[in-house]
Write a protein that binds this ligand. Sequence first.
Ligand code: AMP
Ligand code: MG
Length: 328
Amino acid sequence: MRLGFSYSGEGMALPPDTRVMPFDAEAIAEASRLILAGQPVAMPTETVYGLAADATSAVAVAHIYTAKGRPSFNPLIVHVPDFGAAERIGNFDERARALAIEHWPGPLTLVVPLRDGAGIASLVTAGLATVALRVPAHPAMQALLKACARPLAAPSANASGLISPTRASHVLASLGGRIPLVVDGGATQRGIESTIVAATGGPLRLLRRGPIEINDLAIEQPAGIEAPGQLASHYAPSKPLRLDATEARDGETLIGYGPVAGDLSLSGTGDPVEAAAKLFDLLHRADAMPKPKIAIAPILGNGIAAAIRDRLKRAAAPRPSTAPDSSS
Ligand code: AMP
Ligand code: MG
């Protein structure tokens, strides 16, 4: 597996300095080259600067997480050049199609059912059967999408826990030395993240308020706040999951890591980036196997390894609807 260059904090070589290139044809060519080599690139959009990576490559997407130092895996927004490209990835019902036609390109994200065989890495959707899609209006992001001919996963281009960047200098202050390139398109126009609407069956739901006002539509706002990483819809396997297992007990499929071999392995060499890239695929595979339970090896370390542990803890927690009082 080709990992490209790696980042500090993951026990690997330090990256080269971060380049800042003004948005022009040369910058887009360089950004496209890096994207196709599996690396993340900071790009201006009309909302905030995004950290873009090839959404069809799990390892490229894992690099978004190592660069941002995100403590947990949330589903990411997939950027595409036009509605036709979006339709090849997601299934749009009439209402979703109408919103897309009205607001794209623009700062509206639509969460729709993921098409079979769409080729989106499961780390992008965090294992969900739905996908968040957006057609950005910014000419730089549009140019990159066309140049690399890949859907691009792109959360905001800031280190985890910091505010979203609206200038290239903000990106540099936050991710300098952790990513190879920032394409500088000046200050972003909108400065806040896209409006998110889910069209996944039943009434449309407003998941995040943003630049596009959709109050005139009959949109149901979910009760309470769906904080990122705490969506009720987050993928969890249907079978009980036991953490920190060094061997399989009766009835368990063991997902190994490093020295723990297992029936399946996240990474034989104990590489956390490779493990993050495979995490959701292996959980789905173990869920589909005949044995009634899943066990998973310890994932030790900081950075993206901690994000994997956080995600596994959520996946292993008893569902509130089935076991409200379990404390073990
Ligand atoms: P960011 O990319 O950091 O602006 O955040 C993306 C937002 O989209 C987060 O709040 C996610 O939880 C939400 N999101 C992305 N994909 C999905 C999905 N499949 N279902 C529900 N929410 C999603
Ligand atoms: Mg953000």
